[in-house]
Structures are given as structure tokens and as C-alpha cells.
Design a protein around this ligand. Structure first.
Ligand code: ATP
Ligand code: MG
Length: 423
């Protein structure tokens, strides 16, 4: 019978690479806590309408990327393609947003039916951050300072920050009209999808991955001329705060984000080292979304990081050391004797956190020593028939730089290991 395989674009993360994920997740969690962010855990499935109303009907995600289905009750549900909509939904539902400042973060798998390629999957993982109740631009700058610090903390180099402003809904509306006029004038060069979206969502064309449309978009007018005084002040203050903190950025007036709900600040962190899928973190301000989803008007800003891309970059830049092997591999030649298991548990009692792997399943001394070596263990502790008879063990160093072996009484083993391992 043919073996069942994983679904295209959905990947297993194998033990060999999981340490890179854990390295990233542990540091993220630590830094998030230190900036006052609290974790929120959200369902992976929501009503389809939530995404249609927040991300926007005329977007790639809602039009063609969502995993949408009817459940047994006939409800239309979707696997979440991103986390902001669910976070806002939860915030409104539980009264977390009104008249208070919330710094929230979440983590988990997201689902988009895209064409799988390097750095682009159908199930991928994000860490998202959302701040509610602060109009900025101070918190916008803080969010960017957080990300800059994160890259330093995890040892990533050569990430570039691009920022832009989409202005207030008013300035965006004026820009929209001007963009429609521009693209209308170049209609013949647009791909069919772009031509279709032109009137509903012209900003999306700026983000097009279609070569001819993208070429036209490169000469499109920017929003700068349409910015009102409020938008300009917001953006100038953000830039001043970034300058003061020494955070390097470029202003890319063509940067727009794929989702409909952004206003004012938008940004992306980009690397050149992962090919076409170079954006590792992206976000922006979405002051209108809470109200749009039925809550009271609440300013908000957020971002999402793509963990697969960050992990790939950590690997590419060789930023994470391989994990250590066990401290001790317990070798029990022949059949496993109950006394060996008692010894292992005693050691675990006396040295909490000791990384000890016991040989289970029997085997010759030679075979077990080979296994010990393969785990990368620092010491082999050998408990053969002679040692059992005399209440001793043999401690053998498996690393060249420490050399040698010695026999010690079993009741002295924990103290010896404590001294050797400096626990
Ligand atoms: P892209 O332009 O690469 O499609 P996006 O604008 O659709 O990205 P967002 O919705 O802003 O992406 O998601 C935030 C981050 O999540 C991205 O910057 C990226 O790092 C990651 N991401 C998005 N889609 C995928 C995917 N299909 N596979 C892996 N990571 C992804
Ligand atoms: Mg996308």
C-alpha cells in the first residue's frame, strides 16, 4: 500500500532542526515579557466572515488563499490565515480593548493556500504582536525598537527596515482616486486580475507580483502628496524617535501592505539572503479595525513575524549552536537490570536537570558504547555485573579533552558528576 504523505506546503519540523525554533521562541518570549507584552492564545479556526470583514474581500488572502469549509452545523469557517483578526475579535468579545492599553502577543500556525516555494508554505508559523489603545507614534517607534533589539539578541545581521505611511483614511481616499486615474491610463499593460481590482482596491496593485503590473506600479504616484498635516506629523515624529534611538531605516514611499486595514505607519524588515521571500517581519497601524469589527474606536498597531523565514535566516547565518548531547549515557551491558534503573532515578533525584539517557533494550558493551558516542554524551557511566557486585560504576569520559576513566562507588557518583558538570 502506498504510504500517506504530508500535505503539499505543510511541513514536519524534525528533531534535528527543532533546536533552532526553540532558540528563537525562548528569546522571543523573554523579550516580549520584558516589554510588557502578555500572551493570548487564540483558536486556529474562526468564522469566515471575520476575515472577509477585516482583511478585505478584494485581497489575495480572502479571494483565493483561505482554507474555507462548512462544518457539520453548516457554519462557514476558515483556518486562520493571520492572527490580527482573531486577536481583535477576542479583544472585543472579552472587553480587553476599551479604555485601556493592551500589549498582546500570540504564536501559532497560519494557513494560506499559496503556491509553495522556498519561504512560502501553506501552513506556516507566526509570532504576532498587537498594541491597543495608543494612537502613537511613540508606540510605533517602540514596536520597531523591539524588533531591532530582537535581531541583535538572536544574532541576525543585515536586516533592512523599510517604513512608510498610508496616512489617515482621508488622505488614503484622495490617493486612491489618483492611483485609479494613473492605472486607468496604463490599463493595457495590466494583468487581468489587476485590471479587475483596479477600482475596488488600487493600492493592492502596488504590491503586485505580476512582472508587467509591477513595472507599471514602480512609476505610480506615491501617497506623499496626499498626506494631510496630521499624517505627516505622525510620520515625522516616528522618524525622529527612530533617529534618536539610532534605529536605521529607509523610507520607501511605495511600501503598502497586503491587507486592507492599515493606516499611518507600515513597515517591513527585509533580508537579501532568502531569495524572493525576504520579508521576515511586517506590520502597521490599523486604527479603524476594532470599530470595523463591531468594537468601539480604538487605535492599534501590530506586526507579524514569519518564523520559518527567521529560522531559515538563523541557519543561513549560522547563528545557533547545535544542542549539547546528554551529560551522561548509562551503559548497562546485557539485559537491563532493575538496579540500573534505580541508579538512574537516584541520580535524577540528586541532580535535578541532569540530562541522562539510559540504554534501554539491552545489547553488548560494545554496541552500547557506540550508541553512547552517537548521542554526543559527555560521560558514559558503565554498570556491568562486576560493578553491580561491588557497588561501583565506571565513569568514562567520551570527550578527548578530558580523557580517561575511573571507578567510583555508586553513592559517590552524584557528587562526582556535580563537580564535573558544575551544577
Ligand atoms: P508576502 O508578501 O511574502 O506574501 P504577506 O504580506 O502576505 O507576505 P503578512 O500577511 O504580512 O505577509 O505576514 C507576515 C509575515 O508572515 C511575512 O512577512 C512572512 O514572514 C510570513 N509569511 C506570510 N505568508 C507566508 C507563507 N505563505 N509562508 C511562510 N511565511 C509567510
Ligand atoms: Mg502573501
Amino acid at each position: 500500500m502506498k504510504a500517506i504523505q504530508s500535505i503539499r506546503g505543510m511541513h514536519d519540523i524534525l528533531p534535528e532542526s527543532v533546536h533552532v525554533w526553540q532558540f528563537l521562541e525562548a528569546r522571543l518570549r523573554m523579550l516580549l515579557g520584558s516589554y510588557g507584552y502578555r500572551e493570548i492564545r487564540l483558536p486556529a479556526v474562526e468564522f469566515t466572515e471575520l476575515f472577509a470583514r477585516s482583511i478585505g474581500d478584494v485581497t489575495d488572502i480572502v479571494e483565493k488563499e483561505m482554507y474555507t469549509f462548512e462544518d457539520r452545523n453548516g457554519d462557514r469557517l476558515s483556518l486562520r490565515p493571520e492572527g490580527t483578526a482573531g486577536c481583535v475579535r477576542a479583544g472585543i468579545e472579552h472587553g480587553l480593548l476599551h479604555n485601556q492599553v493592551q500589549r498582546l502577543w500570540y504564536q501559532g500556525p497560519m494557513f494560506r493556500h499559496e503556491r509553495p516555494q522556498k519561504g512560502r508554505y501553506r501552513q506556516f508559523h507566526q509570532v504576532g504582536m498587537e498594541v491597543f489603545g495608543v494612537p502613537g507614534p511613540d508606540v510605533d517607534a517602540e514596536l520597531l525598537a523591539f524588533t531591532a533589539r530582537l535581531w541583535k539578541l538572536i544574532g541576525l545581521r543585515d536586516l533592512r527596515l523599510e517604513i512608510n505611511t498610508l496616512g489617515t483614511p482621508g488622505s488614503r481616499e484622495r490617493y486612491r482616486e489618483r492611483l485609479i486615474a494613473y492605472f486607468e491610463a496604463h490599463r493595457d499593460g495590466l494583468d487581468a486580475e489587476a485590471a479587475r481590482r483596479l477600482h475596488e482596491n488600487p493600492l493592492r496593485l502596488l504590491d503586485s507580483k505580476h512582472p508587467e503590473t509591477a513595472a507599471i506600479a514602480r512609476s505610480a504616484p506615491t501617497l506623499l502628496e496626499d498626506l494631510d498635516a496630521e499624517s505627516r506629523a505622525h510620520f515625522d515624529t516616528l522618524c525622529a524617535h527612530l533617529d534618536a534611538m539610532g534605529i536605521v531605516y529607509t523610507h520607501n514611499p511605495r511600501l503598502v501592505r497586503g491587507l486592507d486595514y492599515y493606516t499611518h505607519t507600515v513597515f517591513e524588515w527585509i533580508t537579501e539572503e532568502l531569495g524572493a521571500q525576504g520579508t521576515v517581519c511586517a506590520g502597521g497601524r490599523y486604527d479603524g479595525l476594532v470599530q470595523q469589527l463591531g468594537g468601539r474606536a480604538t487605535p492599534a498597531i501590530g506586526l507579524a513575524m514569519g518564523l520559518e523565514r527567521l529560522v531559515a535566516l538563523l541557519v543561513e547565518q549560522d547563528a545557533v549552536a547545535p544542542p549539547d548531547g546528554p551529560d551522561v549515557y548509562l551503559v548497562v551491558p546485557g539485559e537491563t537490570d532493575a538496579r540500573a534503573q534505580v541508579l538512574a532515578e537516584q541520580l535524577r533525584d540528586e541532580l535535578p536537570g541532569l540530562h541522562l539517557v539510559m540504554n534501554c533494550g539491552g545489547g553488548s558493551m560494545k554496541a552500547q558504547m557506540k550508541k553512547a558516542d552517537r548521542t554526543g554524551a559527555r560521560y558514559a557511566v558503565i554498570l556491568g555485573p562486576d560493578e553491580m557486585a561491588t557497588g561501583t560504576v565506571v565513569v568514562k569520559t567520551l570527550r578527548d579533552d578530558e580523557g580517561g576513566q575511573l571507578t567510583v562507588a555508586q553513592h559517590d557518583l552524584a557528587a562526582l558528576m556535580h563537580a564535573r558538570l558544575k551544577r
